[in-house]
Design a protein around this ligand. Structure first.
Ligand code: ADP
Length: 497
């Protein structure tokens, strides 16, 4: 073998299959990963195709650039019912995006609707992706599937597609969030998947007395399972975090690995970010953040004062994100020197409580109950600290983006938050942020107060932490190398290569 070759050479052919991908459609971190990891894999000499549904909500500026690559009729359901599948292609920065087209399934305004519809939608999508690979005669080394929406791909690969060319590929299934699994009654699932009866047993898809679980089946059939941090890969093997699949995951743990996510450092770059009031880098971060803070305060109607401590919260507003803790302590934070800026949508109970706090603490709290990329960038740049007190967090991207923007994360020690934020140590003046362990309001408040104390009484040490955070490598580079190493375990280099 050539001495100069790294593990990833010669390049692997990798197909990514998932339900969302930035900038076409994104509701959370999965969308970011589907965009950034393929880009990073190109750097590792991989050839990557990304498969996503062609949702109607994909902006027209992308739709109009898609090129028709072909169509076929695909038998899907157990009664032989067949559906149209179109392939629309868009090549961008070296990555080929193949959009699976079917207006009957993908015409809603949102990618996700009801579970009833979503199960059928993602059965069609999963099967269509494998059919499309055969149709395009592009047989990958690795089929990398993401979350429950693509979890049936490994199942189809080893059953209905086992005698087709695509079966030469190995499958990897990544758990981005185990909470969502695609569970429905067996009858509905048998009908829509068209899968043989024998996969609906306890070891594969069956769950409880009468349900089938798409994620469970995918985990059983995949050649390898990964999740998005080392800590989460261990947590999900315990009952508290395992979402009723902890036993299943313990059984399969020989093929389970954790690789922490990165972020796209071009997309998230303070030196070139057009959305910021003032661009900055590590050489002028202190002035840059001050200017962005005042611009944010002005934009949001908060009291304009660069010396106030601004805490940002950018999150889906759901139980997972620790918002009951935030709600409980928010009044304790308002002391005349602290401001809180929230950006998110989700459960009405949280949307309304944050609206209430905005009206109760005018000038100190601003709740942006919306999904807005521009505002997210402005908050990352204009805040001093970013709160991520999650109940569980597979990886979490917001703390990584925050560090890249010189914003100090305050996080609970779970999942990827634990793996990416080193707690501040006042004796050695080291670390990246403030952390707490047990899921308790008092501990969250204590962590925020420790941050505030450092900010107000020892600004020099605070500013050093800001610089350290900006310098931290949060890119995909190291993780992309690790993914390639795992892919290579499944597809070793042949001697002549
Ligand atoms: P999850 O995938 O669980 O929602 P992550 O931390 O992995 O959480 O990823 C969240 C991503 O979504 C980040 O890129 C964050 O900036 C973005 N985001 C979350 N809520 C909003 C919002 N309301 N507006 C804009 N971006 C948001």
């Amino acid at each position: 073998m050539n001495e100069e070759k790294t593990v990833s050479k010669p390049g692997l052919k990798v197909a990514f299959i998932g339900s969302e991908c930035y900038p076409f459609v994104k509701t959370g971190g999965l969308g970011d990963v589907m965009y950034a990891l393929p880009k990073a894999l190109l750097e590792q000499n991989c050839e990557v195709r990304v498969f996503v549904p062609r949702y109607k909500c994909i902006p027209w500026k992308y739709q109009e650039k898609m090129v028709y690559r072909g169509e076929f009729n695909m038998q899907l359901c157990s009664d032989g019912r067949a559906f149209y599948v179109g392939i629309m292609e868009y090549i961008w920065n070296g990555v080929v995006y193949d959009f699976i087209d079917n207006q009957e399934f993908f015409s809603n305004g949102n990618p996700y609707t009801t579970l009833w519809d979503d199960v059928a939608k993602y059965c069609l999508f999963s099967k269509a992706c494998l059919s499309a690979l055969n149709y395009l005669e592009w047989i990958p080394d690795i089929i990398h599937c993401h979350d429950w929406q693509a979890a049936l791909v490994p199942v189809y690969l080893r059953t209905l597609f086992s005698n087709t060319p695509v079966a030469a590929a190995k499958s990897v299934l990544t758990i981005h969030n185990l909470r969502f699994q695609g569970i429905h009654d067996i009858g509905h699932m048998k009908y829509w998947t068209g899968l043989p009866d024998y996969v609906f047993n306890e070891e594969n898809l069956k769950q409880g007395y009468s349900n089938a679980n798409m994620f469970k089946g995918g985990l059983a059939f995949a050649d390898m399972i990964t999740t998005v941090s080392d800590t989460y890969s261990k947590e999900i093997q315990t009952p508290f975090y395992g979402e009723r699949l902890d036993g299943h995951l313990r059984y399969h743990n020989k093929k389970l690995y954790g690789i922490v996510n990165g972020i796209d450092v071009e997309q998230w770059n303070t030196a070139t970010d057009e959305r910021l009031a003032q661009k900055y880098d590590s050489t002028n971060v202190l002035e840059g953040k001050k200017a962005n803070k005042v611009a944010l305060q002005k934009e949001l109607g908060l009291d304009e004062d660069p010396d106030k401590f601004v805490i940002g919260l950018i999150s889906r507003l759901t139980d997972q994100k620790g918002l009951d803790l935030v709600n409980a302590i928010l009044p304790n934070l308002i002391d005349g020197n602290t401001q809180v800026v929230v950006l998110g949508t989700g459960d009405p109970q949280y949307e309304n409580s944050f609206r209430y706090y905005e009206s109760a603490y005018k000038g100190s709290v601003c709740s942006n109950i919306m999904y807005d990329e521009n505002r997210a960038h402005q908050i990352y740049a204009g805040s001093d600290a970013l709160l991520v007190p999650s109940l569980f967090e597979p990886c979490g991207l917001t703390q990584l983006i925050a560090m890249r923007y010189g914003t100090v994360p305050i996080v609970r020690e779970t999942g990827g938050l634990k793996d990416t934020v080193i707690p501040y140590n006042r004796y050695t003046n080291d670390g990246n942020g403030f952390t707490f362990d047990r899921y308790e309001t008092g501990l969250l408040l204590d962590a925020i107060n420790r941050a505030k104390t450092l900010y107000f009484t020892n600004r020099w040490c605070w500013d050093e932490m800001v610089q350290r955070d900006m310098a931290k490598d949060v890119s995909w580079d190291a993780s992309a190398v690790q993914y390639c190493q795992l892919y290579r375990k499944l597809k070793p280099l042949k001697e002549e290569e």
